[in-house]
Design a protein around this ligand. Sequence first.
Ligand code: HEC
Length: 104
Amino acid sequence: MGKTAFISAVLLTSPALGEVALSDADQSRLEHLVVQDCGSCHGLRLTGGLGRPITREALEGHTLEGLQAIILDGIPGTAMPPWRPLLTEDEAAWIAAYLLEVRG
Ligand code: HEC
């Protein structure tokens, strides 16, 4: 199963999130955002920089919903910014699933 189908499967099995339907174009855009924008602080390979590593290994123990909240609201008092102005809740959930399930 392709990466996209896998993420959809992850999101669909998460009852709190319901159905997340993003187009392929949206998903490519988000993948680009993770590398470019998140990567500017967390490192191009997400192994850490100004921000901590956000690889799958580093995020062990985080839930999809927990990561979605961090992405949307940031971490107050730190350099981790809120993305709510730029991302919808579905898009943040997609990124959370991407970090948890796809990136190494
Ligand atoms: C301006 C720099 C910056 C950008 C851009 C940024 N982050 Fe962060 N992020 C941080 C910092 C700094 C921390 C650590 C905060 C702390 O000390 O707790 C952090 C923490 C996190 C954490 C919590 C990690 C943990 O171990 O609990 C996650 C998840 C995360 N960021 C995801 C993202 C994602 C996804 C993006 C892109 C949508 C992003 N960040 C963009 C600076 C940034």
